[in-house]
Design a protein around this ligand. Sequence first.
Ligand SMILES: Cc1ncc(C[n+]2csc(CCOP(=O)(O)OP(=O)(O)O)c2C)c(N)n1
Ligand code: SF4
Length: 281
Amino acid sequence: MAKYQEYSNGVEPTWCKGCGDFSVLRSLQVAAADLKIPQEDLMVVSGIGCSSRISGYMDSYTFHGVHGRALPIAQGIKLANKDLTVIAAGGDGDGFAIGAGHFIHSTKRNLDITYIVMNNQIYGLTKGHASPVSEQGFKTPSTPQGSEDLPLQPGLLSLSAGATFLAQGFSGYQEELIEIIKKGIEHKGFSFINIFSPCITFNKTNTYQWYRKNLASISQEGDYDPENYQQAMAKLLETKGLVTGILYENKRIEKREETALTKAPLALGKAEFQKLFQALY
Ligand SMILES: Cc1ncc(C[n+]2csc(CCOP(=O)(O)OP(=O)(O)O)c2C)c(N)n1
Ligand code: SF4
């Protein structure tokens, strides 16, 4: 039986004590252990930000990329070796600002990748700028009079881009979070998991207490059907996105076979070479 400790490289996270990302890291390790994913078959790719440091604490294959680019890197890795379990991870700035285009197109492309966003509704690493999901009126050094923009809703964005798996979790609800991550990894397609993960240092509004008070959970709702797209949309609109659980899963989608480049022959065979030669000359 695999243990979650096997997925830890023993490096002590530099996150502030109490940061929600500790819980996400542990949940990912427990999920990997429960699913018995061999460490050599697990790839964790991240962008840049406090949350993106998560790849630096995993004992698996990892890639700490550049800001906003976890998803293109993850997709390249998955196409090269489809036998890997590929997890992409990062913050709300990474995924919904600079990386927003990649988020939409990765959703649409639906490769079998799990995308974990640690959403603290702020830029933590750069010391508290407003992010695209910060609330209207949110005061930060970059928005001293309060953010004028309406917050983007990642769940609605993902559903409209053609999501086949959408879930939301909260660092403070670890049991639910572990189950969600496991289901996301098991889903054959692009799984988006938006996790409310408080930044205790810079975001004094969206705290653990605030989320506990404001988040609803659909995990306990007996009549909620995750295969119902309209219901998922309605739930997100009704709760303004403040809801946890598996909101939508489309299992009916037929997946195209991805050819693993690592499995393809490196050299051209004689027949292919002749065909190519004839086409050129
Ligand atoms: C191309 C580029 N632009 C900007 C930055 C500066 N930068 C680093 S992290 C970051 C945002 C961090 O916020 P988020 O992704 O939400 O992660 P968090 O730190 O909150 O976990 C920014 C703007 C950068 N490193 N690279
Ligand atoms: S600054 Fe915020 S997001 Fe970054 S480690 Fe500290 S609590 Fe976490």
